[in-house]
Every structure is written in C-alpha cells, then in structure tokens.
Design a binder for this molecule. Sequence first.
Ligand SMILES: [Fe+2]
Ligand SMILES: [Fe+2]
Length: 189
Amino acid sequence: MSYPKYDVLYPKVRQALSQERFEHVIRAGEYAVHLAELNDYDTEKARIGGFIHDYAKERSDKDFLNEIDKKKLDPDLKNWDSSIWHGIVGAEFIRDELRIDDEELLNAVRRHTTGDVQMTTLDKIVFMADFLELGRNFSDTDVARQVTDDSLDAGVAWQLQFSLSRLVRNHRAIYPKSLLAYNHWVGGK
Ligand SMILES: [Fe+2]
Ligand SMILES: [Fe+2]
C-alpha cells in the first residue's frame, strides 16, 4: 500500500483538470488538512485525498464506460452518469495513472460522490473537504463548517441531508448507496 508524495502528484493532477477545478482540489486538500488536525488524522494523507478526489472528473463518458467494462465493475454503473462515475470509476484511473494503490485513499475517492454506510475517518474527511473547501459558498456554509468542526459525523449527516434534499427538489435520481448512507447517518438506521 503506497502513494506518491504530493509534489509528485501535483503536475499529473494539474494536467488532468481545468484551472477552476484544479483550484477546487487544491482548496479541498487544504480543508482536508484542517479536518485532519481536528480529528487526529495524518495531515499529509488527508491532503492527498482532498487533492486527488476529482482527478477523473473531466474524463469523457466513453472513457468511464470503457473502464467499467475493462475492470468488470458493477454493470449497473452504466445506468448512472459522470457525477457518480468520477468517484467510483475514477479510482481506477487514479490507481493506474497516479500509481496510488493505497485502498484507504482509493475508497475515499470512491465514496466522495455517494457517501456510504461505513466510512473511515479519511472517507469522512475527503467527503467533507470537497463540500466545505473555502471556495464553496452555499446557504449555511458557515453553519455546515461549524457543525463539521464540532463533529465529523454530524458534518456527514448535514451534507447528506443537504445534498439529497437538493436532488429530490430537482427531481433527480438518488444513487442507492447514497440513500443507504442517508438512512444510516441521518435516519439512524
Ligand atoms: Fe467530485
Ligand atoms: Fe470535488
């Protein structure tokens, strides 16, 4: 289980992303450090998790669909879109192209788009850093940041409540794993 240093990953992530998204992942890495400090977690590993989480976000649908076949991933994934794929399928590109085989990091990338019932500290840090990095500015950002500073678990529940509510309002489908995560973290099931 290993992963390259931040400085080695930096140019590879830079060339994979637009300027705007690159700035988002830098800030997500910084916010992950903040959450790691509050939760006694390895700050460098947290920074890398935040930095790589959207590595695959600008890949084409065709790339993702080919990868689902090539790696024999769950065929149901094909019923979804890049908002789900860039985490679950994106982890495959990260393993192969960024040479990261640390499953804890790969799982944090996989879970950042959906949440999950079982989440490690790193999963929660990356999930929340993506949502709360300092470029984010939705209503109640400050409330969400305070809730998450006080309790990472409460932050996960806050984000799931926020994001699923928005999907419902916009008549969007909810990925089953996100619904299970919501039932667990918000509904206590
Ligand atoms: Fe993402
Ligand atoms: Fe992101």
